[in-house]
Design a protein around this ligand. Structure first.
Ligand code: SF4
Length: 279
């Protein structure tokens, strides 16, 4: 079965590679896709549906939307789109928007708190619908922007995982668009006629100044040095702990020596036990 366009073939190829590289979807999985009505989550559910019909493994999909309760949010568009494409779906109405107003500290960026609250709802629904995986629409640009945001402003060398098992081990979150660029997700959602809807919250489309700056920086550098974004992503798969300064990964010489000595002692003790005749 051929793809509808070169773009769809490219997005499919990248998504398949991610699924294989990180073992994201297995035979028999029920994948719950978090759909907000934005370009990324639409692109994700659409391409997973395409792959589902072609994959050598059997998996099912359910699109789940968490409605934060903002006035004018067009959740009906999501329900209608899913229905017209034959996608199983569920719209969960919540009061996250109101809750955010109550608990968000002044001048704090709302998106991370919002994401945490929505994640909690998704976990609950995953249990209710029997989902074995929760798929989110983060793409390549999200990964490398997060890497630089943490590097520049949080003093940490981290991005996000393509596959994450929740702390209690009950849920597995996957990000199959890790190799797909934001521009490709945008074009793909448009090409497939998916109506993009805003989340209608007061912060909608209002990226933090830090994220805006990082986005601009990466865009400018990519123009100067094509391939830079892919190099940054590759770096996340090519970590050399001994060339970093984290002593948890790379103990100091003294600590290393003492560990080596202990291993030596344990080794010779075991050797002496194996060779009792040499006492
Ligand atoms: S823009 Fe609004 S709805 Fe979207 S993640 Fe941020 S706070 Fe949540």
């Amino acid at each position: 079965m051929s793809y509808r366009s070169p773009l769809e073939a490219r997005v499919a190829k990248k998504t398949t590679k991610a699924i294989k590289d990180f073992n994201l979807i297995e035979d028999g999985d029920r994948v719950m896709v978090g759909v907000s009505g934005g370009k990324d989550s639409w692109a994700l559910v659409q391409i997973l549906d395409e792959l589902r019909h072609r994959a050598p493994i059997d998996f099912s999909l359910i699109a789940v939307n968490v409605d934060s309760g903002y006035k004018d949010y067009k959740h009906d568009v999501i329900a209608k789109t899913c229905e017209s494409r034959g996608w199983e779906s569920r719209i969960e109405h919540t009061e996250i928007g109101e809750l955010m107003d109550d608990i968000l500290e002044a001048n704090a960026t709302p998106c991370s708190l919002c994401a945490r609250l929505r994640r909690g709802v998704l976990y609950r629904i995953a249990g209710e619908v029997g989902a074995t995986k929760i798929a989110l629409g983060h793409h390549l640009d999200d990964f490398i922007e997060t890497l630089l945001l943490n590097l520049f402003f949080a003093g940490a060398l981290k991005a996000m995982p393509a596959r994450l098992v929740s702390d209690n081990g009950e849920h597995t979150v996957i990000r199959p668009l890790v190799y797909v660029e934001e521009s490709e997700a945008r074009l793909y959602a448009r090409e497939r006629g998916l109506e993009i809807i805003g989340c209608c919250c007061p912060a909608c489309g209002d990226l933090s100044l830090q994220r805006q700056r990082v986005k601009r920086l990466i865009t400018d550098l990519e123009v100067e040095h094509p391939g830079l974004k892919n190099s940054m992503l590759k770096a996340l798969t090519n970590v050399m702990p001994r060339h970093l300064l984290d002593t948890r990964l790379n103990p100091s010489g003294e600590l290393r020596d003492s560990v080596a000595l202990r291993l030596d002692e344990e080794g010779s003790h075991q050797l002496l036990q194996i060779l009792p005749g040499r006492h």
